[in-house]
Write a protein that binds this ligand. Structure first.
Ligand code: IMP
Length: 425
């Protein structure tokens, strides 16, 4: 099997974890390349539920190597907690199976405090971050004052970095946000608890991936969030702090772009968004509530209700182009069963004209009204359907129309949360 990148084409929560988990048997290693524990995957295997935030979903498959690349920001305490939780469910998490890039930046307690203080201080322009310190950690990386995983093996250096970073952070905490300053001692106390545990997992992820390929194995690159939360290509400023597009799989774990061969764009059969930001097809009516409840659309990380709406093919089409998607995996099709009519957004009415791409002006999408076409729904329960032919005709027609509008084949169709509930076309 070729190397494969899994990318969310909407605003995250497309069900990437399930597709990663499903394809894992054919690959040797799964690697995360961006984001942090702002992401959350719920994977259901044999009725058992696993929640993964930083650890790649491949961990649920025996013998797979799971790696956390340099482009990820890692909360060391959160990673240890997750390792414990997964172990408690009977999954082995050894240093041979889970490797953390020495170059990955670490989320420090002051990043989380700053993230929350900033959001709390904003009256209207809240981004609705997950509060996990993701943005402030990436800021320190770019400011070249970040703490990296390799520093866990050199605690005196790590302490000097923390002391230097706290000079600025404490000026903000006490001067701007009215918070008590943080001490280096308290930060080091929390680090000391986890440093020894994580040290055996530190690795040169780029070389590890090269070794996997040299041995004839394939790699899966597990994206987090979605293309429209990308720091450059998303609905800025209501975005996350990393590049979520497929191309970042290369820089985010140290592999050449030519090695990214198969790009699977994950498309949820409708749209959801958590946090603030424009969402042209958002529904505030009964159907929105229906999707939210039937789709159990609650954030895995924050528990927030996800905003729900019709599928937006302007958004999906842009993602297919930006990522060079080679096939689509359509998820949660079963949630649409029972709706009399299903709408598809094909274009926007925007500032007096019709456009077929997302506007690039800041928050321009907020002025975009969806242009819909309507298709008949289906009533049948499709949760047990295992072939294309057995899908109701209306469901097949819906998928065929999505293929026309995206210019991309739908190769996988998910009709329920379990690994087995997937149609391979
Ligand atoms: P941050 O990534 O915590 O800085 O949050 C920035 C924005 O991205 C907020 O609107 C979050 O709700 C959103 N976000 C971050 N991670 C995810 C995710 O995994 N799924 C969906 N939305 C996310």
């Amino acid at each position: 099997m070729a190397n494969v990148v899994i990318t969310g084409t909407q605003w995250g929560d497309e069900g990437k974890g399930k597709i990663v988990d499903m394809l894992a048997p054919g690959i040797a290693a799964v690697v995360r390349f961006q984001g942090g524990n702002n992401a959350g995957h719920t994977v259901i295997v044999g009725g058992k539920k696993y929640i993964l935030k930083l650890i790649p979903s491949g961990i649920l498959h025996e013998g797979k190597i799971c790696l956390i690349g340099n482009g990820v920001v890692v909360d060391p305490a959160a990673l240890c907690e997750e390792m414990d939780a997964v172990r408690a469910q009977g999954v082995p998490v050894t240093p041979e199976r889970l490797k953390l890039s020495r170059k990955a930046h670490l989320i420090m307690p002051y990043h989380k405090l700053l993230d929350k203080a900033r959001e709390a201080s904003k009256a209207e322009a809240k981004i609705g971050t997950t509060g996990r310190g993701i943005g402030p950690c990436y800021e320190d990386k770019v400011a070249r004052i970040g703490v990296r995983a390799c520093d866990l093996a050199d605690l005196p250096l790590l302490r000097r970095k923390v002391e230097a970073a706290l000079i600025e952070k404490n000026a903000l905490f006490s001067g701007l946000y009215g918070l008590a300053p943080m001490t280096a001692a308290s930060v080091m106390e929390s680090i000391a608890l986890v440093a020894a545990r994580l040290a055996p997992h530190l690795a040169d992820v780029s070389s590890e991936l090269a070794a996997v390929e040299a041995a004839g194995g394939s790699i899966m690159f597990e994206g987090a969030q979605g293309v429209h939360l990308d720091i450059d290509h998303g609905t800025y400023p209501c975005v996350t702090s990393s590049n979520t597009v497929a191309g970042n799989a290369s820089a985010g774990c140290g592999i050449a772009p030519s090695r990214l061969t198969r790009i699977i764009g994950i498309v949820k059969a409708y749209t959801t968004r958590v946090g603030s930001g424009p969402f042209p097809t958002e529904l505030f009516d009964y159907t929105g509530k229906y999707l939210q409840e039937k789709g159990a659309e609650f954030g895995t990380v924050t528990g927030r209700k996800r905003r729900c709406g019709w599928i937006d093919m302007v958004v999906v089409r842009e993602s297919v182009r930006l990522c060079g998607v080679t096939e689509i995996a359509l998820t949660k099709l079963d949630v649409l069963s029972g709706l009399k009519e299903i709408k598809i957004c094909t274009a926007y009415e925007y500032r007096g004209g019709r456009i077929y791409y997302p506007p690039q002006a800041e928050l321009g999408m907020g002025d975009a009204s969806p242009v819909y076409e309507s298709m008949p729904g289906w009533n049948e329960n499709i949760e047990k359907v295992s072939s294309w032919e057995a899908l109701p005709e209306a469901a097949r027609n819906y998928i065929l129309r999505l293929e026309e509008l995206s210019g991309m084949r739908v190769g996988l169709i998910s009709v329920g949360p379990d690994r087995e509930q997937t149609i391979v076309r």
